[in-house]
Design a protein around this ligand. Structure first.
Ligand code: BTN
Length: 258
């Protein structure tokens, strides 16, 4: 895939940079790699129908338009990996250690610093075009809903929004050179929050203890369950203890508790 960021469009106010990008793309007004940022979004979109709230002028809210992605639907998680890692890389450059909460929330300790909303246009079984929507908390100091943080809160000083955007473009283009590769897969896993740690989760059968073992190519989360309900319990007589089983989850099927 070719580099991004040759053209950067700056909007004062828009409903959502993802919507704006989708409209322009539909009218063939955008070239591959265009970056569309907005000072203010009046109806910013988050994952699973949620809203993305961001104080006007304080943060980075932008979308990247990818044309001719040439990726089969089954491999679309590569886009998630590359965006998430670019955000982790850029934050590291500013001295902030972040990691990825599957699939693509970016966290500093237990606080969210960035979110990603990827919207794809499919042609048959291929992704024809993709819009990568990114919200990164830069200078905002107070957050109302979920526990969140910003670059300012982490470093105690303000940052230039433009500098942060340029760093993202550079980090993304650097990661693009690894696309697709085992390195990208390994780096995603190595930066994944809670990997191989015993944690509390909840699925449709209730709460359970498990640990994240990885992610499938299509992006499902693989969790090894530690305490199974009776139906699933299988005693391995040679070891006389329940054998842990692995399950794969889609985003709507699993909740992270603690
Ligand atoms: C999430 O829920 O974590 C995803 C948030 C994505 C927000 C960004 S801000 C720029 C782009 N435009 C939108 O409307 N949403 C994304």
């Amino acid at each position: 895939m070719q580099e991004i960021g040759r053209s950067i469009i700056r909007l004062e106010s828009v409903d959502s940079t993802n919507n704006y990008t989708a409209n322009c793309a539909r009218q063939n007004k955008l070239r591959h790699g265009a970056v569309i940022m907005a000072v203010e979004q009046t109806a910013g979109k988050g994952q699973m129908g949620a809203q993305w709230q961001s104080d006007a002028g304080s943060n980075l809210t932008f979308s990247v338009f990818l044309n001719n992605v040439n990726l089969s639907v089954g491999r679309q998680f590569l886009l998630t990996k590359i965006v998430s890692l670019s955000l982790v890389d850029l934050l590291a450059e500013f001295g902030i250690a972040a990691n990825i909460k599957w699939p693509n929330d970016i966290y500093v300790r237990d606080r969210k610093i960035a979110g990603v909303l990827i919207e794809n246009v499919l042609q048959g079984k291929e992704i024809a075009r993709s819009i990568l929507g990114i919200g990164l908390n830069v200078n905002q100091q107070h957050f109302e809903s979920i526990p969140a943080t910003s670059m300012f809160l982490e470093k105690g000083m303000p940052f230039s929004i433009d500098d942060v955007l340029f760093s993202f473009v550079a980090a993304f283009n650097k990661r693009l050179k690894q696309w697709p590769s085992k390195q990208l897969d390994d780096d995603y896993l190595n930066n994944l929050r809670w990997l191989n740690e015993s944690r509390n989760f909840e699925d449709q059968d209730g709460a359970f203890v498990g640990s994240i073992k990885g992610v499938t190519d299509s992006g499902l989360l693989i969790i090894e369950r530690k305490n199974m309900n009776d139906q699933e319990k299988f005693i391995d007589r040679s070891r006389d203890e329940p054998t842990a089983i692995e399950k794969k989850y889609d985003l709507k099927e699993i909740r992270f508790i603690s």
